[in-house]
Design a protein around this ligand. Sequence first.
Ligand code: NAP
Ligand code: GLV
Length: 309
Amino acid sequence: MALLFRSSPESAARWQPHFARLMPELEVRVWPEVGDCAAIDYALVWQPEPGLLASLPNLKLIMNLGAGVDHLLADPTTPRHVPIVRLVDPYMTEAMSEYVALQVLRLHRRDLDYAAQQRDRVWWELDQKNAAERRVGILGFGVLGQDAGRKLQALGFDLAGWSRGAKAVPGVATYAGAAELPAFLGRSEILVCLLPLTRETEGILDRRLFSQLPRGAALVNAARGGHLVDADLLAALGTGQLSAAVLDAFRDEPLPPDHPFWSHPRIVVTPHIAALTNPPTAAPILLDNIRRLREGRPLENQVDPARGY
Ligand code: NAP
Ligand code: GLV
């Protein structure tokens, strides 16, 4: 029973002790030392090179080292007959919620304005609402979106969530599908994107969407860089339609040194750290799916390739 691990070599060293402890019978091969491809049963991967998974003829399960599987589905050679499971780890969910709560509070409490004032040694009191008067909208109301929503609700924010299918969540204004998007956007003073990157959501954060937000709204994108049309964000910040953006994911990562986002006074850049994969908590979750497959039980968090997430 062999597993191919494909991520960085440093990452492999962090995972190995957990595999050894939890499933000692599992032979773990760390890419590029693949050995006999036909002997690989399972693959645990993050951004594998196109064609790698297709080169494993007896692969039974593809496990993603993160929540978003866009990189796997973007490769047309990824075998479609092999189940793909994504990582859903409560530890990561909590991390994302911390990130979202921090950034929403920063925007709500005008942290960027006060940081600029401090740079200029300005002592000036700006208008401030309470959280209950601030309407926050979460695009993508799934595992991460709903947990972040619960924490924002606990802070008192007036919350809405948008998803593909209709949801009923106590205390949250829920919207579903393209038809209800304009109403959701029209009330989102702070918009948080936690969508998966799919054919339908690629480039969704564009000029058209920004124009439907209340004037001066702020954006937090903690999902994927492919959701955002970079030039449209810069234009919306330029006209004042948007007042600020916090970005954790980018079309090119690392964000190139000459990218205008780095130095924009109304953009906060973080290096894709909102919710990092945590081997001690993630390893048991991932290995549980191997056991489920071996015992013929249903897999957890299986991706639907047709839906794209
Ligand atoms: P999830 O549980 O699958 O939730 C996705 C949500 O998006 C669901 O509510 C889904 O609607 C909604 N959705 C998908 N396509 C849609 C569409 N076309 N229109 C409207 N709503 C749509 O995923 P998750 O675990 O919350 O993760 C979300 C994403 O976060 C991941 O895909 C990943 O890209 C990103 N992420 C980023 C980081 C980071 O560190 N920056 C870390 C982890 C994850 P339904 O509920 O109706 O299906
Ligand atoms: C990180 O971006 C993830 O998808 O887990």
